[in-house]
Each structure stands twice: as C-alpha cells, then as structure tokens.
Design a protein around this ligand. Sequence first.
Ligand SMILES: Cc1ncc(COP(=O)(O)O)c(C=O)c1O
Length: 371
Amino acid sequence: MPATKPVRPFFSSGPCAKPPGWDAAKLDPASLGRSHRSKIGKQRLQYCIDLMRELLRLPDTHRIGIVPGSDTGAYEMAMWTMLGARGVTTLAWESFGEGWVTDAVKQLKLDPVVIRADYGRLPDLAQVDWSTDVLFTWNGTTSGVRVPDAEWIPETREGLSFADATSGVFAYAIDWAKIDVATFSWQKVLGGEGAHGVLILGPRAVERLESHTPAWPLPKVFRLTAKGKLTEGLFKGETINTPSMLAVEDAIWSLEWARSLGPDGLIARSDANAAALDRIVADRPWLGHLAADPASRSKTSVCLTVDGADEAVIKRMAKLLEDEAAAFDVAGYRDAPPGLRIWCGATVDTADIEALGPWLDWAYATALASH
Ligand SMILES: Cc1ncc(COP(=O)(O)O)c(C=O)c1O
C-alpha cells in the first residue's frame, strides 16, 4: 500500500471538492434566519451575482441570475421558456446531453434534429444548422468530452445557442458573444452546493423571451417574464422563490477564494490537475483516456479506461480507495462505459492528483487479484 495519501481525497465530479481552506464555520451567518428579501438578503444575493459576473468575465450584454433546481432547473427553465419558436437541434455525446434530447423529444414533443456521438467522441459540429436553436453540453461530465472552443458557433446565427456549461464554467475561457443561454450550478468547479442553478442570458435570448409565448403551460418556478417583459429583478437577486441563503453564503465563500486566484488562476489550476493526471495515465499501459481526441478532452471531469476492468472491478477499486480514504467517488458514471472518473477542477490540489497514481496501481492490482 502506498505510504502517502492525497491530503484531500475528494475527486467526485459533483458535488465536487470544497476549495482548499474551506470550513463551514467560515461562512458569514449574517443573512441566515433573515428574509431573502431583507436588505441584507438582497445585498448578499447581488454580491454573489457580482462575483460570478467578474469571475466569468461576463460582458454587460449578458444577464446573470440565481434560479431554483440546480443546473437542471436552470437549463430546463431555458428550454421550456424559449423553445418552440423555430426548429431545434440537440447534440448529445453522453448522458446529460441525452437528458436534454429526452426533454425536447418526449416532454416538449419538438421533433428536433438529434446529432449524437458515442461515449469518448464528439459529433461533427460542422453539421449543425444554425437556423435552428442549438442545445449542447459544454463539457460532457460523464464521458469527459467537451467542445474544444466556441469557434463552431457562428457570430451571426438565426437560432439561439443553449450551453449546459455546468462542468465547464470557471475551467475554460468562454466566448460569451457566441452564447445566448448558459447554465451552471455552484456544485461543480466552485465546489459549492447544489439546489440552485445559475442562468445566463444574452440579448437575443431576452428578445426571444419577450417575443415568444410557449405552446405549453409554464410553472411559476420557470417564469422569466411578466406581461411580456423580462423580470429584471431576477438578475438583481430578487429570486423567483426562496433560495437557501446558506448555499448562497457557501457560494460567496468559494467565489471569494476564486477571486483571490483570478479567472486565469482558476483555469490554470484545472490545467495543472489535468496535466498531472495525464502523466499518471501516460506512465501506465493499463490506463487510458476515454476521450479519444486531446483537443476535446475534458480538463475537469477526466474519464479513464482501465484495461480488463468490468463494472465489478471498477466498483471494487472505488471501494478499496474509499475504505482507505485515499480517493472518494472515482468510479465512472452509471450510464458510461466502466472506468474511472477523476475530477480535476480548480478546487482540487495538484499534489493530491499526483499522490493518486500509486493508489490507483494498488487498487487495480488488489481488485484484479480478487476478481
Ligand atoms: C453536464 C451536466 N449537466 C447537468 C447536470 C445536472 O446538474 P444538477 O444536478 O446540478 O442539476 C450535471 C451534473 O453532473 C452535468 O454534469
């Protein structure tokens, strides 16, 4: 058994590791037990929004607000309020993208063009017809495949681009001019809590919201307009319904940590983690990347293939590592091909990724021996 363990063995791809130095006792309690519509409640929500705007380098053209239902809530809110005005294309190369296909086909009954690729690959992005609205996942968390950049999205497009960017924001620079709608949740790259989603709207999305009435009913938690006008208060911290101020305080703590590094500092931490894991993979013939092309390989949710390992071996490896508190939550997603998934986002320390290598050797050998 290796002598040194990762100091913080948290490698889950969501909820992800808390930032280094995080402690629940450090959260500011002043807004807790108060109305979220009190002066302090609104101030903290607005402060959280301001910090996100700064760290995402979001231009003034784009609005950003906090909504219910984590990333799923934010993305479905966008789908339900804006789709149906024109044709739809949905891209899927892993289970979360596939979830949005299901929403579009089975729930909204939109008959979209569906462009798919298998786990580990990206579909041909040049096939996309931008006269339609286009739904895609910036970083496919369960296959470790991401879009390489926003070059494939034309500057002028008739349809809207909808990016589920939950495991992409803060880890990649995003060209916001190409993005009409983006969503994420604090639980990923910030190491925050679930429950709330973040909705980003570009000007063309706002235009859609104000000009299009969906053919289906909208529950209150999805409503973004009143009397045909965007509810602007939502983007100043006047949430639709009651938020968890504890989750908001937790997000603020993580965002202040993130601000101490700056947007490039956050990206650099992810890059260094992914590079450290890549060295571990390169040194071991039995480990490989599920994502075939390095240009579209995730730097956050890195998915690995393990020679000769079926689901049972992977389960055993994950349990051995968990029992020793050497690495938590490293088994791949249940719908993905059997393998390992190691979160390399900014809240993870590179030294902990480096310490993981010998533990993977040990878990692999032990799991295979008892197979
Ligand atoms: C790409 C992607 N989309 C959506 C989700 C769902 O996120 P949430 O549970 O925050 O709604 C996840 C969670 O892992 C994800 O990785």
